[in-house]
Design a protein around this ligand. Structure first.
Ligand code: 5GP
Ligand code: ZN
Length: 151
């Protein structure tokens, strides 16, 4: 058991040493920092969807949002809320989207949990993702699959 914990902590140490976002937090890679407190860090995305696109991350290295301890995740989301307003007002956007990609299948490129705050403009022309349909009765069975996994 102790070996397992030690192994996990070694993996996590290695991950944080090689992680781009951990390097940004430590100042080893430069960034346009917009916010920092004891637990949370926020900076401009280098490849913005719209100007002002901001990333909000926990300072502690965790791969996806489900790996982030609840208390820390609460701190992060409160900063997301605060910065959503200031990013929108700061760049004079009409709205904003908040999103988080988790796991490669969802397009997560950097394996350090993060929230995107994307300023949105009435004129930005971005579309919502495609919407599919359920077949008759499928919605209920899908709902049951999800509900049965809630612990
Ligand atoms: P993901 O696809 O993992 O949700 O998003 C990762 C984001 O990190 C991308 O939007 C990408 O532009 C941004 N990014 C990757 N490397 C860097 C970097 O070195 N500096 C900054 N500021 N952003 C980065
Ligand atoms: Zn990291």
């Amino acid at each position: 058991m102790d070996d397992c914990i030690q192994e996990k902590s070694k993996i996590s140490e290695y991950a944080s040493e090689t992680c781009i976002f951990c390097k940004i937090i430590k100042g080893e890679i430069p960034s346009s920092k917009v916010y920092e407190d004891e637990k949370v860090f926020a900076f401009l995305d280098i490849g913005p969807v719209n100007k002002g696109h901001t990333l909000v991350i926990p300072k502690e290295h965790h791969e996806t949002i489900v790996d982030v301890p609840d208390d820390l995740l609460k701190d992060v989301i409160v900063v997301v809320k605060k910065l959503s307003k200031t990013v929108k007002n700061g760049v004079g956007a009409d709205g904003f989207s908040v999103l988080t990609n988790n796991y490669e299948a969802a397009g997560q490129v950097v394996p350090h949990a993060h929230f995107h705050i994307i300023p949105r403009l009435n004129s930005d022309g971005l579309m919502h993702w495609p919407q599919n349909k359920y077949s008759e009765g499928e919605m209920d069975s899908v709902k049951e699959k999800i509900v049965s996994k809630i612990s």
